[in-house]
Design a protein around this ligand. Structure first.
Ligand code: IPD
Ligand code: CA
Ligand code: CA
Length: 265
């Protein structure tokens, strides 16, 4: 396990890269963007690619021995205990439509465990960060999850995968059940920000199916370091390669799990 001071250095570098990538993204936000498609629905703009190029080239230069896993496929697998997990633009649909909710996410895993994570929202100038064992921060101020214990008073977030029309778990039934049990549910369109807003106490819980490692690698650490809980929907230990996630302030976790799994309490 890296030392505290090594962890601080990794985090500081990730913050620098997230701020730099955020500048690239906000610079393109009010322009007309060229949008291509991966498959029939999953969009990618020229700024997803520019942001990834900036992040990867800097990571490669500084940590040439580390593995990098990045959404647009420009990372390299290496024989290393360290793996940087990068989403250069989380919320591409929002971004392409000029809807100002999107982020950059950079996580660092050591032997499969998230040890540092940064999520940056360039439109609100909000930088979320955490290193293992050192708490979670928003613009360098400590954040904590909410203390809400009652699902009926809870504000939740969720999302729907690009393959919602064909997916076995399309989340529509779960959404219908949950909305009757919670105070309200929002769908922001950036899973990394959903999780950070949970860490900051704005949301009390979040769940989604079919997310990818780069959506959650940084933000799950931010949630945990803010005192929250992250599992699979069935309550088992979550890995960033899992296809389901349930995150909460901890207090409403079992109530959410019961609703999502259809168990009567
Ligand atoms: C998407 C966002 C969205 C979630 C999708 C993700 P992208 O990431 O996180 O909130 O619902 O499943 O794929 O494609 O904008 O990086
Ligand atoms: Ca994403
Ligand atoms: Ca993305």
């Amino acid at each position: 396990m890296p030392t505290k001071s090594e962890l601080r250095q990794y985090l500081a570098f990730a913050e620098k890269l997230a701020l730099g990538a955020g500048k690239i993204l906000s610079g393109g936000f009010y322009r007309t963007k060229r949008v291509n498609y991966k498959g029939s629905i999953n969009p990618v703009t020229e700024f997803d690619l520019k942001s990834e190029k900036y992040i990867i080239s800097n990571l490669e230069r500084r940590y040439p021995d580390h593995t990098i896993l990045a959404e647009e496929g420009t990372g390299t697998e290496r024989d290393s205990e360290y793996c940087w997990v990068v989403d250069p633009l989380d919320g591409t649909v929002n971004y392409a439509h000029g809807f100002p909710v999107y982020s950059v996410s950079i996580g660092l895993q050591y032997k499969g465990q998230s040890i540092a994570g940064v999520v940056y929202d360039p439109e609100q100038h909000e930088l979320y960060s955490a290193a293992r064992g050192q708490g979670a921060f928003l613009n360098r101020k400590r954040i904590r999850v909410s203390s809400e214990k009652n699902l009926k008073r809870s504000l939740l977030a969720t999302g729907f995968a690009y393959n919602v029309s064909t997916a076995r778990k399309n989340n529509l039934g779960m959404f219908a059940r949950m909305i009757k049990q919670a105070q309200a549910i929002r769908r922001l369109g950036s899973a990394a920000l959903d999780l950070c807003w949970l860490a900051a106490g704005r949301f009390d819980g979040f769940w989604e199916y079919y997310l990818h490692p780069w959506d959650t690698a940084a933000a799950i650490l931010i949630v945990e370091q803010a005192g929250g809980k992250v599992t699979r929907i069935d309550g088992r230990k979550y890995s960033i390669f899992d296809k389901e996630i349930l995150a909460s302030n901890g207090h409403i976790h079992s109530a959410m799990k019961a609703v999502l799994t259809g168990v009567k309490r």
